[in-house]
Design a protein around this ligand. Structure first.
Ligand SMILES: Cc1cc2nc3c(=O)[nH]c(=O)nc-3n(C[C@H](O)[C@H](O)[C@H](O)COP(=O)(O)OP(=O)(O)OC[C@H]3O[C@@H](n4cnc5c(N)ncnc54)[C@H](O)[C@@H]3O)c2cc1C
Length: 504
């Protein structure tokens, strides 16, 4: 325990993965931590739902960079495998194209490259060369961009910053992901497969920088993972660790306001209001979307940081169908993609025309392949995700109806069975539901999009400029959305709070 932070108190607003990570790190530094969460359970977007004997993860489905979780536990003196069981997937994803091509994306580079060559004719050597290029980008970018604040003087004074600066030419940020993929591969199916990785942060492969070749590198080289018991087991494991470290959780408790007082030209945060009463704290970490924190919790509609944030393009959203299916499909694995015919058109519809694609790429995740109790005997729990625009003027009822019919028809054709007849139970989550349930700006899955060269620098800092003692974590703050990144944001926010108090 650091002496300077002993007996200091911190409040974390929201028990999403970012908030949980922040709470654990702060408790480890000696803070007395309370987490307020308006839902009855932790996880936020990484929630869970039961329907007629089928269990579904509500949001994220594929775990990458599990070393981030391992590190959270190791830093707290624990072994993560005592809390959570993950399985490295031998086949990360099964890909299906409309021309009948089927490809197993093995989670081992040589085997994957050989499969790409056998199925598409694209030389295996091109895949391996691509992953080697991506490794160099990762080496140049990851540590600085993901593990550190980009808005703290200590980062810029560090050796790591200067080392990274020397490598900055390698991060391939001046061409798009699609351009980079076309330069490595001739087969359009292989280009489409690697373009898909832009969706891992809700971006458009025809605009996002080629720096995101890092994502396939991470997936094929470091591995894609499923979690026994489903993704929701991650927030549950983090909650358990936090409780062991003394963190107090108040569920079904909405923070009504963050309290602050003037301090020079800025303000200083002194606590929060819950159930009408003020609770004091030395530091407040908001895991709530930036676009909600300023107007709703700080009553600061005109904060410059908020105005700036609102001008940035949100990431894409998703239209989700939770289908309890009464049969098993051997040709499906844990993760499955059924590609659209025209990928460029699909992204133009999502990001330029702001409507659901007429011919969407369909993703199916089936956790019952790993955790059989997630579905009744003989059945499977299908989590189906279609990329969708962030919330605007769309008519969601009509859009949902149209997309659902397309998904049923496309899957029935591809799998040779009338899927409509096999749906035993159904739930639906539209972008508007995502916005309402998780308070994420315009229902974006990953905060702001990464559709510009410098998007990494545009995210909201983890420390407030205008409110001393206020910190931000989660998908809307640096380094962005996705499970590993939001957990890193919690760590960065907590470390900034600890540094600031040591400095004070
Ligand atoms: C459909 C879908 C699919 C996804 N797929 C993947 C994937 O495969 N892989 C991946 O890595 N990521 C994926 N993501 C993204 C990932 O889920 C998110 O980036 C991550 O879970 C967000 O965590 P967060 O820390 O930002 O908090 P959130 O999950 O947004 O949680 C914020 C919490 O704050 C609480 N809160 C809000 N206001 C208050 C208040 N006033 N008082 C108290 N509590 C409050 C909310 O109830 C919520 O629990 C997906 C997301 C969705 C929705």
């Amino acid at each position: 325990m650091s002496r300077s932070s002993a007996s200091r108190s911190a409040i974390v607003i929201g028990a999403g993965l970012g908030g949980l990570s922040a709470a654990i790190r702060l408790a480890g530094a000696g803070y007395l931590v309370t987490v307020y969460e308006r839902q009855p359970y932790p996880g936020g977007k990484a929630g869970t739902e039961e329907r007629d004997g089928y269990r579904f993860d509500t949001g994220p489905s594929l775990l990458t960079m599990p070393h981030v979780i391992e590190r959270i536990f190791a830093d707290a003196g624990r072994v993560w495998t005592d809390y959570i069981q993950v399985e490295r997937l031998p086949v990360i994803c099964n890909y299906f194209w409309r021309d009948g091509t089927r490809l197993h994306a093995y989670g081992e580079p040589e085997r994957f490259a050989a499969e790409v060559e056998a199925v598409t004719g694209e030389p295996a050597a091109n895949v391996l060369r691509y992953l080697e290029h991506a490794r160099r980008v990762d080496d140049a970018a990851s540590e600085l961009f993901l593990w550190k604040s980009l808005h703290d003087r200590r980062t810029f004074a560090s050796k790591l910053f200067w080392k990274s600066l020397l490598k900055v030419g390698r991060i391939d940020s001046f061409r798009t992901l699609n351009r980079a993929n076309e330069s490595f591969f001739r087969d359009p199916r292989v280009v489409q497969l690697f373009n898909r990785y832009a969706t891992y942060n809700g971006s458009n492969p025809y605009r996002t920088p080629a720096t995101f070749t890092i994502i396939p590198y991470v997936e094929y080289v470091q591995g894609g993972y499923a979690v026994v018991g489903g993704i929701h087991a991650i927030p549950r494991a983090l909650e358990r660790l936090a409780v062991e470290l003394g963190v107090r959780f108040e569920y079904n408790t909405t923070v009504e306001r963050i309290v602050s007082m003037p301090e020079g030209r800025r303000r200083r945060v002194t606590g929060v209001v819950v159930n009408g009463a003020e609770v004091p704290a030395d530091a407040v970490v908001s895991n709530v979307d930036v676009s909600v924190t300023y107007p709703a919790l700080l009553a600061d509609e005109f904060a410059p940081q908020l105005q700036r944030y609102r001008r940035l393009e949100p990431s894409s959203s998703g239209l989700v169908f939770y289908w309890g299916v009464s049969e098993r499909f051997e040709e499906l694995s844990v993760n499955n993609i059924f590609f659209s015919r025209d990928y460029r058109r699909e992204f133009a519809e999502i990001f330029d025309e702001h409507r659901c694609p007429t011919d969407p790429t369909i993703y199916i995740n089936i956790t019952s392949k790993v955790t059989p109790t997630d579905a009744p005997d003989g059945g499977e729990n299908w989590f189906i995700l279609v990329n969708a625009p962030y919330v605007g003027e769309q008519e969601w009822e009509r859009e949902t109806h149209r997309v659902r019919a397309t998904v049923v028809e496309r899957l029935s054709t591809a799998l040779g069975r009338d899927i409509e007849l096999l749906i035993a139970t159904e739930g639906i989550m539209t972008p508007v539901d995502i916005e309402r349930k998780t308070m994420s700006h315009r229902g974006a899955l990953y905060g702001i999009s990464s559709n510009t060269t410098f998007a990494a620098f545009a995210r909201h800092p983890n420390r407030s400029r205008d409110y001393r003692g206020l910190y931000f974590c989660g998908g809307s703050a640096h380094p962005g959305g996705g499970m590993p990144l939001v957990m890193l944001s919690g760590r960065i926010a907590a470390d900034l709070a600890t540094y600031d108090h040591a400095d004070a």
